[in-house]
Design a protein around this ligand. Structure first.
Ligand code: SAM
Length: 284
């Protein structure tokens, strides 16, 4: 650790409700020499509200990699710097990663000041399993890439959390319903901590219909929390590989033989495979 250098404070700011700023955040923002902000005009309004007159400098995704050196120089000269983003916790779908990495690489102390974060706020009130979860950030905007991403997550057992732009919420819900199935539980957290805060929990198909039928639900900022994949229980339990093998064999062999060979190859139970093979044949 470079003890002559200043400290880089990574400071969370509110995601809507200004009362969510912490006393510690206010003190640190007042005391540091400089605040590195994603959008200086946006943050100037926040600081003005709290009567803070610390100078601001831009640190956004387009200049962070190259201009980070500017902040590092000041830190190495012994000044303390705070990093903030437009809302919530910096680095969480927001700039700051390169600056924090550069600072740590040269031995500068980096101190987090925790606070608001939309994904944590949504998860904490969604009522879906919260012991294990994954944060996927924003899905790709284009449908093909979005579906590909969702396909990769189809059998993810942990609770899934996504950020989404309001004009894409319906498209994303439609794709999720298609890929994860209509019954998968989901919670839409919209405008959290603000006047029109909504937390609506429904199976994906019903949630999509609910959002489609009310254009107000397609406005504002949103987080989607989706229940993880649950492995089928008991008789129905069969892994994807056994099913794939069964399907390949069914194209070449009679039902009974295909089930027997698939059982031999995969170790799955023959009578379960036989029932599945019958279903596959009858749905052709
Ligand atoms: N750094 C922020 C955080 O800690 O949550 C996230 C920044 S990211 C650029 C902005 C996205 O976060 C929005 O598009 C939305 O998905 C989510 N978000 C931010 N504020 C929100 C709020 N009040 N309610 C719901 N979602 C919010």
């Amino acid at each position: 650790m470079n003890s002559a250098a200043g400290t880089l404070y990574v400071v969370a700011t509110p995601i809507g409700n200004l009362e969510d700023i912490s006393a510690r955040a206010l003190r640190v923002l007042n005391e540091v020499a400089l605040i590195a902000a994603e959008d200086t005009r946006h943050s100037a309004r926040l600081l003005q509200h709290f009567g803070i007159s610390t100078p601001l400098a831009a640190c956004h995704e387009h200049n962070e990699r190259d201009e980070g050196g500017r902040f590092i120089k000041r830190l190495l000269a012994g000044e303390n710097v705070a990093l903030i983003s437009d809302a919530g916790t910096p680095l969480i779908s927001d700039p700051g990663y390169h600056l924090v990495r550069q600072a740590r690489a040269v031995g500068i102390r980096v101190v987090p000041l925790p606070g608001a974060c939309a994904l944590v706020a949504a998860l904490s009130a969604a009522g879906l399993p919260s012991d294990r979860f994954i944060f996927e950030g924003f899905l790709p905007a284009k449908q093909v890439a979005r579906r590909t991403r969702l396909e990769l997550l189809r059998e993810e057992p942990r609770t899934l959390i996504f950020y989404e732009a309001p004009h894409r919420i319906l498209d994303s819900l439609t794709d999720m319903e298609e890929v994860f199935g209509p019954e998968r539980p989901a919670v839409l957290g919209r405008e959290l901590t603000k006047t029109f805060e909504t937390l609506k929990g429904l199976p994906l198909a019903e949630l999509r219909v609910w959002v489609a039928s009310d254009s107000n639900q397609q406005r504002g900022e949103c987080v989607l929390v989706v229940g993880g994949w649950q492995a089928p229980q008991g008789e129905e339990a069969i892994d994807a590989n056994a099913l794939r093998v069964l399907r390949l064999l069914l194209a070449e062999l009679p039902v009974k033989r295909a089930a027997a060979v698939a059982a031999e190859i995969t170790g799955a139970r023959k009578n379960v495979l036989y029932q599945l093979a019958l279903q596959e044949k009858s749905s052709e």
